[in-house]
Design a protein around this ligand. Structure first.
Ligand code: FAD
Length: 504
């Protein structure tokens, strides 16, 4: 047996929590280390349960499960999933206005000049076509269609990506089946205490309410908002970002399916926040995210229930959160994933994607029992930067709103972090982008939000000065036509789901 005082390879990993984060970590790590002598044990409490939300994703989820050998069709069938081609923002700029943030790009770049510059030039010349008309993903979502992207897209106009809306409980079960198939041991029990090692404060074991002691040499905290290991036992602090992101609570409720499911998530601005609608095959997931500074929980609930697409099928569930992150996601021999490491808010479906990148990072930096600070520091630096970049992108949505309620006015005048201001200034000056390290969202996504909110630059690429306007208008018209024709050739989302079901 290894001398516990000397660094030795990790042999025994304990994952605390069996929500989306816990089972994703168990599945991916057990798969990654399938030939290594590492034992994985997952402890969850069915009595406590999971957060019960988190059903909209971004395309990285498909890469995540593909790496485990799972097909889209299989995951969709197992999780009652639908296709998500983007997010439709309703009423954020002003009531009655809407736009889609697609997964994918806009238009065709030409002569070394990005497409949006041509679009801006055409607008200046009086062409009113919205940017979304130049995105296949946005148009598919708009029309309620869905298809698989071409493996070898004939032009930039054919490029788009897609993600899933899935039933969170079914997804966790799917991951669990896979993880247990690889030998992960599951214990259903409540953890009452955490034993720390005297000499260095590392976690030695978790103590279950029935008295059992589960030892480990590395711990992954997926215990949800409570952050049982990282926050409570190790005392890692929390950075509160509620001065930038005002929403701090939600109500979630499921409702019956009405009509064919749309192929995008809908997020609709409300009095002091926004409402989500996530279509699944068998039901709708709905919720309202709001700021308790500007709206009471009763008012938020009433607003949600008054705007459901169908009759509710569950009791509304109240959720509270503080937007922000743990000071460090990794401390001593414990990494936190999912809500235990922080949460911003659900607007751009980034939380599950952050679990994916956390797992990926852990694979790259997996330690021995000494948990060398070189690894911790790198992990924590990357995680912090990535969270900050997501935070910036979310802030942008609120900052650009054009609504008149007190909540929205306050969002419109908030003091933004320097990193967002810098980007916005560059965009407003010249329609240019700035990309930082570890950004989850590409310039195309920033463009979708800028354009969706009618935030346009003061000047465009000087290379386009003197462009023949009639010729430009004709080319842009041809691009729009080509995208429309492509959409017409695709199945409706309902037909697409049948096709996927048949191939599972
Ligand atoms: P949980 O699901 O809370 O799991 C915690 C686990 O820890 C449970 O198994 C619990 O039993 C266990 N546990 C806790 N304490 C103990 C104990 N003492 N003993 C034993 N076990 C214990 N993300 C997205 O990507 N897309 C979305 O659309 C989205 N929407 C959201 C909407 C809202 C309103 C909120 C609040 C979050 C949303 N999220 C979304 C975030 C998403 O829900 C989470 O990232 C995801 O579900 C992972 O949660 P988790 O596994 O970290 O925590």
């Amino acid at each position: 047996m290894a001398n516990p005082g000397l660094p030795h390879p990790i042999r025994n990993v304990v994952i605390v929590g069996g929500g989306t984060a816990g089972w994703m970590a168990a599945a991916a790590l057990a798969h990654h280390f399938r030939n290594a002598p590492i034992r994985f044990t997952l402890i969850e409490s069915s009595e406590i349960g999971t957060v019960g939300v988190g059903e909209a994703t971004i395309p990285t989820i498909r890469r995540f499960y593909a790496a485990l050998g799972m097909s889209d069709a299989d995951v969709m069938k197992a999780c009652s999933a639908t296709a998500k081609l983007g997010i439709r923002f309703n009423d954020w700029l002003r009531p009655g206005h809407s736009f889609v943030h697609p997964f994918g790009r806009f238009g065709q770049d030409l002569n070394g000049v990005e497409f949006h510059q041509y679009w801006l030039a055409a607008r200046a010349a009086g062409d009113t076509a919205p940017l979304g008309d130049y995105s296949l993903g946005a148009m598919l979502a708009q029309e309620g269609h869905a298809t698989l992207p071409a493996p070898n897209p004939p032009s930039q106009l054919s490029i788009f990506d897609w993600a899933l809306h899935f039933d969170a409980a079914l997804f966790a079960q799917h991951m669990r089946r896979f993880a247990e198939g690889l030998g992960v041991t599951r214990i259903d029990a409540r953890i009452g205490d955490v034993a720390l090692r005297g000499e260095d404060g590392f976690i030695d074991a978790v103590i279950l309410d029935d008295g059992r002691r589960i030892d480990g040499d590395f711990f992954i905290d997926c215990s949800g908002f409570r952050s049982l290991l990282l926050g409570e036992a190790l005392g890692v602090g929390y950075q509160d970002w509620s001065h930038w992101l005002f929403c701090d609570g939600a109500w979630a409720v499921q409702s019956e399916r009405v009509g064919d499911p749309p192929s995008c998530t809908a997020v609709t601005a409300r009095t002091a926040g926004w409402q989500w609608r996530i279509p699944l095959r068998h039901r709708e997931g709905n919720g309202i995210v709001f700021s308790s500074r500007f709206q009471s929980e009763r008012e938020a609930l009433d607003e949600l229930l008054a705007n459901l697409p169908g009759s509710p099928t569950t009791e509304p569930r109240r959720l509270r959160f503080t937007p922000g992150r743990r000071d460090a996601a990794w401390s001593k021999n414990c990494v936190a994933l999912g809500l235990a490491s922080g949460f911003l808010e659900p607007l751009e479906s980034t939380s599950i994607a952050l679990i994916e990148t956390g797992i990926e990072r852990l694979k790259q930096l997996f330690p021995d029992s000494s948990c060398n600070t070189a690894l911790l520091d790198e992990y924590n630096e990357q995680t912090a930067e990535e969270m900050e970049r997501v935070r910036d992108f979310l802030i942008l949505h609120y900052a650009l709103n054009g609504r008149s309620e007190p909540f929205w006015k306050a969002c419109g005048s908030l003091d933004m972090p320097f990193s967002v201001n810098k980007k916005l200034k560059l965009w407003r000056t010249r329609g240019a982008f700035l990309r930082y390290r570890w950004e989850m969202f590409s310039p195309a996504s920033w463009l979708a939000i800028y354009a969706g909110f009618d935030c346009l630059p003061a000047s465009i690429d000087p290379a386009l000065t003197g462009t023949n306007t009639a010729q430009l208008t004709r080319s842009l018209h041809a691009m729009r036509q080509s995208i429309r024709a492509a959409v017409t050739d695709t199945p409706t989302h309902a037909e697409f789901l049948e096709i996927m079901e048949a191939t599972a």
